[in-house]
Design a protein around this ligand. Structure first.
Ligand code: 2RA
Length: 330
């Protein structure tokens, strides 16, 4: 399979290469695509040095699949150009997610919606992916009514500039461009992406709108508060879910145990609960702190942690590519 990675030099781009190699995706030829300033740079894939090329050369090479992590405006401009030459694009940006003609896919939940007609496929937002992976079977069996989520998001979700700002601040250095309007070390920012007229940020609206689309159920009421914290390994989320149907805590644990891609880590007597440092580099979604909300019936609290660069981005995108290949949709 001739595969292009567009945005190869970014944090997610690097993870996509790692995941393609780890999962032994059958890459016959790999095209590393980035902006003009990176053309000619060498990157390693499976022990070989590969040169970064420009967009025009990549389109001319007509890859079968192109996995994008290059920002929304680049994707809006370039994804259709790749699709025109027959490439199937899996895009990590928010550009296509709410487009009614495009599928928004988490393979464990709705990959079966994909057809040969889908030439641009949207990868959901990282904080949405980990939440719907944890909740989708619970929704299937108990029907979600309302979700209240507060996120604790890693600086890696912003990108390299943010990681550099945190590391510089921790080293007491003032240098370097700032990714955030305030210091992030020893601080938290209740602000991810731009503020909307309704007082929510784009990140919070992504979680609200994408959850409904992925679950195929507009009746689910979601409200979100997205917070940036000085952490590297992954995103964490405190989630409160109200269901239509009655359940016991044992039902919740049983259903979570049956949920593909979920690992339950929940033994507070022995201080066992999910943490970003343990999720880092892994593809599973870790769920713990499961407990009834004692203030209202049919409601449960839980804590959900995942590596936002892996299952939250690169691994989910590669899993979509694997599904396309396995089902001869590419
Ligand atoms: C973030 N979810 O964490 C957003 C985009 N990766 O910044």
């Amino acid at each position: 399979m001739k595969v292009a990675v567009v945005g190869a030099t970014g944090l997610v781009g690097g993870e996509i290469l790692k995941v393609l190699a780890e999962r032994d995706f059958p890459v016959s030829e790999l095209l590393l695509v980035a902006s003009e300033k990176s053309v000619g740079k060498q990157m390693e894939f499976k022990g070989k040095q590969i040169k970064v090329i420009g967009v025009e050369d990549a389109i001319a090479a007509t890859p079968q699949i192109a996995i994008f992590s290059a920002g929304g405006s680049t994707s809006l401009e370039l994804a259709p150009r790749f699709a025109e030459v027959g490439t199937v694009v899996v895009d990590n940006s928010s550009a296509w997610r709410m487009d009614p003609t495009k599928k928004l896919v988490v393979p464990e939940i709705n990959a079966k919606e994909l057809t040969k007609e889908d030439k641009i496929i949207a990868n959901p937002n990282c904080s949405t992916i980990q939440m719907v992976v944890a909740l989708n079977k619970l929704h299937e069996e108990l029907k979600m009514k309302r979700v209240v989520v507060s996120t604790y998001q890693s600086v890696t979700g912003t990108g390299k500039k943010a990681v550099d700002q945190l590391m510089n601040e921790r080293a007491g250095k003032e240098e370097g461009e700032k990714a955030y309007p305030y210091t992030i070390d020893l601080n938290v920012l209740p602000h991810i992406d731009v503020f909307q007229d309704n007082g929510y940020t784009k990140e919070e609206m992504k979680m609200i709108l994408e959850t409904k689309k992925i679950m195929g159920d507009d009746s689910i009421r979601v409200t979100a508060t997205a917070v940036r914290i000085p952490v590297m390994g992954g995103h964490s989320e405190a989630v409160n879910v109200e269901f239509e149907k009655d359940f016991t805590l044992d039902d919740i644990y049983r259903i979570l145990g049956e949920t593909e891609g979920v690992v339950v880590v929940d033994d507070v007597k022995n201080l066992q609960y999910p943490m970003p440092k343990d999720a880092h580099g892994k593809d599973e979604v870790f769920v713990g702190r499961v407990r009834l909300d004692e203030t209202q019936p049919r409601t449960v609290n839980m804590w959900i942690v995942a590596d936002n660069l892996r299952k939250g981005a690169a691994t989910n995108a590669v899993q979509i590519a694997e599904y396309l290949m396995k089902n001869e949709l590419v």
